[in-house]
Ligand binder design. Sequence first.
Ligand code: ADP
Length: 185
Amino acid sequence: MFGPPGAGKGTHSELLVNKYQLTHISTGDLFRKNLGEGTPLGLKAKTFMDQGNLVPDEVVIGMVETAIKDAGHVKGIIFDGFPRTVAQAGKLDELLISLGHPVSGMVSLEVPDEELKNRLKLRAKTSGRVDDQDEDKINNRIKVYYAETQPVIDFYKTQEKYYPIHGVGKIEEIFGMICDTIDKL
Ligand code: ADP
């Protein structure tokens, strides 16, 4: 599940988990959990997250590797907020190919910047997330998305695994389009 901050990745991932009995690996959620528990991993990630910058690739990849191992034998996995750099995408490919289950497809939620900013400002009221709280941090996350994360689209386009979905409208309608895409994979 791919898209800029505020695109709806978490919302739709949860709906997919319920509908298809999938396992959800959200790197943002995992970092926040580690932060809450004060683990060394959480402490390592904190300064990057608070500023809306990306956590270094090797930290993220190590964490995802552990999460995949911990998941054990599952029907399928939704990766949410990962891979967020081309280097992470390459590592994920290596990892999943070695396990005999390559990525099936990348569902990319496309939402204009103005809408993203409005959603994140609204979410700030309830999320309690430091990185939702001020405009500079939100703007930085969107800037980082364009600089480091958007190139991941080309990585999957080349593999013919890129499925863009218009992410503005009613949640159930967007979810319907995502399901139509997934059902064809
Ligand atoms: P959002 O997409 O709404 O910005 P996430 O919950 O996906 O939020 O991520 C929150 C923060 O966690 C990011 O701004 C970043 O600092 C860190 N993070 C999450 N996933 C990754 C990743 N794959 N690579 C690097 N940093 C990540």
